[in-house]
Write a new protein. Structure first.
Length: 352
């Protein structure tokens, strides 16, 4: 078992720990009468915000949007921002771009919160509210546990805000917590199912190149993160698309060298036709879903998960691929290609 696999297996226990601590972590911020939440971060941090923004809107009852740091300008934050909670997310807590976006937001009157993967992070210097994500140790360059933990932290924040302002009642809040716990209870089963599939098919999968990951809008953050995990570990070109964006031009690039993974939550009726059409050009088409079926071109996690909680299972296959396939290509998936990259580029204060 390599380092990434170790961290993936630790995920359910770490997330259950976050659930136990959530009421004390958010006890202060929920009293700030927030009417808007802006989330920013890069890479995995941004993907967590994109994935959770819709369910956060539903649970909190306030406006929630995720943006890359480069979107954040003084002009973007015109107006009264006194009740805007601006959350900077950084897995290592040291991203200069996230810090700079937070600085602009602070100057424009926002309430600044941070979600870093460790305490006393660089970005915490600007924070009015430090909402540290209790990830536990995660030293691998390609983050997996941190992605799930950040998503859960964001969801629990929204739940606590909703409970405070009346969007949720105690019954719904407790039901949501039970659904999260139910999902985490089947996480190990889904992990073993996906790991077994990857082991069985790894000789073919290790040859992948020119990869596309495609999924529904409800899983867009997971699509982006899944593409990133394969890209940064296997070190091949990978891009992620929402289904409707994929059909607007991207399909033209599919040929016999292409590999396409479809994340299927059962909401896209055109998927069967899409597979039929793309099958004319590539035989490397794969479906990922929650069914009990599986063959060389499809993998079902074979677990029952509430729709809103599928995000805590869906990326598993891609994370396992990211931990397994690189070694067949002569790459250590837990280590960046250049461990000093961010220090040399000056993009992070510390080299995490």
């Amino acid at each position: 078992m390599n380092l990434i696999q170790k961290y993936i297996k630790e995920t359910p226990n770490q997330l259950n720990k976050i659930i136990k601590e959530n009421s004390s972590l958010f006890s202060n911020v929920i009293n700030r009468n927030i009417d808007r939440i802006i989330i920013t971060g890069s890479g995995t941090s941004y993907h967590s915000g994109v994935q959770m923004q819709q369910i956060m809107r539903i649970k909190s009852g306030v406006e929630v949007d995720a943006y890359y740091p480069f979107f954040i300008t003084p002009e973007f934050l015109r107006g009264n921002n006194q009740r805007t909670l601006f959350i900077g997310i950084s897995q290592g807590g040291s991203s200069f771009t996230t810090y700079d976006a937070m600085k602009i937001a602070k100057e424009k009157g926002c309430i600044i919160a941070t979600m870093a993967g460790e305490k006393n992070a660089y970005i915490d210097e600007l924070a009015d509210e430090v909402l540290t994500v209790d990830i536990g140790e995660e030293k691998a360059g390609a983050k997996t546990k941190g992605f799930y933990a950040t998503k859960l932290n964001l969801l629990l924040l929204a739940e606590q805000i909703g409970l405070h302002n009346g969007t949720l009642n105690n019954e719904i809040f407790n039901q949501d917590l039970q659904e999260i716990k139910q999902t985490l209870s089947v996480f190990p089963q889904a992990y073993e199912r996906a790991k077994e599939w990857v082991e069985k098919n790894k000789s073919n999968l290790a040859k992948l190149d020119n990869v596309r990951v495609v999924g529904p809008s409800s899983s867009y953050g997971d699509v982006l993160e899944s593409a990133l995990k394969i890209l940064e570990t296997c070190r091949v070109p990978v891009t992620g698309y929402e289904f409707n964006e994929f059909i607007h031009g991207v399909y033209n690039a599919i040929d016999e060298k292409s590999t396409v993974f479809f994340m299927d939550d059962g909401t896209e009726p055109r998927l069967t036709k899409m597979l039929e059409i793309l099958g004319q050009w590539s035989d490397k088409l794969y479906i990922v879903n929650f069914s009990g079926t599986g063959d060389s071109h499809s993998i079902g996690y074979d677990v029952k998960v509430p729709k809103d909680m599928q995000t805590f299972i869906f990326p598993l296959l891609f994370q396992i691929m990211a931990s397994t396939l690189p070694e067949l290509r002569g790459v250590d998936p837990s280590k960046p290609k250049d461990p000093k990259f961010h220090m040399e580029l000056g993009s992070k204060r510390y080299n995490h």
